[in-house]
Design a protein around this ligand. Structure first.
Ligand code: CMP
Length: 140
């Protein structure tokens, strides 16, 4: 995947609360182009695979249950400096520490139900995008 792309997913709390519209609007207004998008419900096993890197963390089981509790909206986004700019747009993992106006400050409920995911490196963005989208879907 080109390095001007990143991966995100709108998480179950934000989708079921009806915040996917305003979140996507904020992403587009910040200059990101949507390359691929779908709505999907993960099984607990799939959520576990996606977050395997956190397997040893105390919150892993709860995170997998939460991420498979309802639909999510994974997306691949394009913009210059995409990964870093997107992490600035979403704010800190814990919404209590997220800067004013960031997506997590506006829409997240807790450190777990934090509304949205953003890849933390170009390498992980490519791996995470390939988890949800085929090469053909990422060809745009
Ligand atoms: P995300 O950026 O998607 O990456 C890992 C996720 O684990 C994180 O967002 C939160 O949803 C969750 N998470 C991270 N830290 C904690 C924590 N201390 N307690 C519960 N969940 C957490």
């Amino acid at each position: 995947m080109p390095t001007n792309r990143t991966f995100t997913m709108i998480k179950p709390d934000a989708v079921s609360d009806g915040f996917s519209g305003p979140i996507i609007q904020q992403i587009e207004e910040a200059g990101f182009k949507i390359i691929a998008l779908k709505k999907i419900k993960l099984s607990p096993e799939e959520a576990g695979k996606f977050y395997e890197v956190h397997k040893e963390r105390p919150f892993y089981q709860s995170l997998c249950d939460y991420m498979s509790s309802n639909d999510i909206i994974p997306m691949v986004l394009e913009k210059e400096n995409a990964m870093e700019d997107f992490r600035t747009l979403i704010g800190a993992t814990n919404p209590a520490n997220a800067a004013e106006g960031t997506i997590r400050q506006r829409f997240a409920k807790s450190i777990e139900a934090n509304a949205i995911h953003g890849s933390d490196s170009d390498e992980n963005a490519a791996i995470e995008a390939a988890f949800f989208f085929s090469e053909k879907e990422l060809k745009n």
